[in-house]
Design a protein around this ligand. Structure first.
Ligand SMILES: O=C(O)CCC(=O)C(=O)O
Length: 243
């Protein structure tokens, strides 16, 4: 797996991660998400959110994947080399604080408005960064994923509630003086990582194909200000092995 260029990550606020997750792991993840999408009821432990259009209701987000099934997800994240990224960016005290699926169903999946993750979190997560892994093709055709280079540089920007968008407060490229977003065009198994203050989002999926991905967020659990609802130590993650 190619190493990351930490200087360019720190400068731009994001870094692309080609070829992280193998085909078998992609298939296992998608099969689980398909089965939960088809179920009448998803276990409450996934804290599921849905998109709906007419009679069609499809999963939008599933949370706490690693906590729901460490034996499935731990080895998969280890095979994707995710702990090494956490060690490089944060150090040995890194811990997973979120692991979620972002599912943007064909024709039904709605936008994720431009935001900085840290602005939406209940806790301040020192040194936090996200690793987002594509489980399908990801491009503007199916809603994609994009972010504004350098938008992390000055820390948190004030987000505003907007009447047309129900999920959370958001940013505006022009109104907040951000650089034009770059699109992350990804193949299944490719990833992107970004800083907690990096502004990013995605558009509605008007195509006939699902756009799927999952995100793992690490923070510095060794920082005196660290507090979290869920926290999975890097050592516990790596102890789950890679087979
Ligand atoms: O997958 C998406 O569409 C958005 C992802 C996102 O906002 C996040 O991981 O914080």
């Amino acid at each position: 797996m190619p190493d990351i260029d930490l200087d360019s990550f720190r400068k731009d606020g994001y870094h692309l991660l080609p070829g992280r997750l193998g085909a078998d792991d992609q298939r296992r993840a998608v099969e689980l998400f398909d089965s939960l999408d088809a179920a009448d009821e998803v276990p409450a432990s996934y804290e599921a959110e849905y998109d709906a259009h007419g009679d069609e209701r499809r999963l939008r987000k599933l949370r706490r994947l690693l906590w729901n099934d460490p034996q499935m997800w731990g080895p998969m994240l280890n095979r994707a080399g995710v702990p090494d990224l956490a060690r490089r960016v944060i150090g040995d005290n890194a811990a997973v604080v979120f692991h979620a699926a972002f599912l943007k169903a064909a024709r039904v999946g709605t936008e994720v408005a431009l935001h900085q993750d840290q602005a939406l979190w209940t806790y301040s997560y020192p040194k936090a960064f996200s690793v987002w892994i594509a489980l399908t093709e990801v491009s503007p055709r199916n809603g994609g994923l994009f972010g504004c280079p350098g938008s992390h540089a000055n820390g948190e920007i004030k987000h505003q509630e907007r009447p047309h968008y129900p999920w959370h407060a958001s940013l505006d490229v022009a109104g907040d003086g951000l650089a034009e977003p770059v699109q992350f065009v990804l193949s299944p198994g490719d990833g992107a990582m970004w800083d907690r203050y990096f502004a990013h989002g995605s558009a509605a999926n008007t195509s006939d194909e699902d756009r799927r991905g999952m995100v793992i967020v690490f923070a510095d659990a060794g920082d005196p200000d660290f507090a979290a609802k869920d926290s999975f130590a890097l050592s516990s993650l790596t102890a789950l092995g890679s087979r």
